[in-house]
Design a protein around this ligand. Sequence first.
Ligand code: HXC
Length: 259
Amino acid sequence: MSYQFILVEPRYEQHIALVQLNRPKELNALHLELMAEVRDALKSLDQDPEVRAIILTGNERAFAAGADIKQMAGKNAIDMLLIDQFSTWDTIKKIKKPIIAAVSGFALGGGNELVMHCDMVIASETAMFGQPEIKIGVMPGAGGTQRLTRNVGKVNAMEMVLTGKFINAQRAYELGLVNRVVPVELYLEEAVKLAREVVQLSPIAIKLAKEAVLKAYDSPLSEGLEFERKNFYMLFATEDQKEGMAAFVEKRAAEFKGR
Ligand code: HXC
């Protein structure tokens, strides 16, 4: 597939794919065309058996400065409803392989919401996170009020959403929005290191474990626990479980096949 607004390297490293948002002049503003490409790329990588983890990144200045304000400015409520951009986001939400965000510079509005669609986040020390929609007379629409609140708690989410103020990478780390903060020259490398750890493991166990962790977002504890248990049992039907446990007993490295 060829893309205009993103760069995609399905074989960035063994089992690791890289998707880079690429509208640098517009600070990677997420217009509909770019988001459709992100959706298509992630879907295709999700179905690619060679890929076990995906890194989503921008550039040093911006991960993404939000939805494209110029594209939205003249729209009315019906236009927005008919465009139905959130079906694109719903598809991204359903990607089964782990996605690691490598964030530098601005991650604002839809940009921060896209980060929160990822499973782990490496931030450069220059990263800035925020939900500034309130400053342009709207509010978050791609999960910002919900995911942010679950991630950082009510008062912190309220402060970000109601003032539009940005937080820096260190504060994002303290609030649990990112896994770690590294010098700017290392953020992509650190994301790759994290991906390397993940891709050595059983891809099928990783998939079911990701699904179970995400279940914690939208189900009561008892339902989530049931779901976890079913996925746990299901893994005992895989060759990877046999291999993983045999390798432990035989004191050797496991070779996982994803079956
Ligand atoms: C369209 C954008 C943009 C955006 C930046 N640009 N952000 N264009 N949509 N979200 C463009 C600018 O217009 C400018 O283009 C170029 O990128 C560089 O930006 P500057 O503003 O000149 O850079 P700087 O002074 O460094 O300021 C950076 C910034 C600022 C603080 C990030 O650009 C900013 O406040 N951007 C908007 C952030 C925002 O409000 N995001 C939320 C959007 S709403 P020109 O052509 O003028 O040089 C949203 C809703 C999500 O995300 C709903 C669900 C999808």
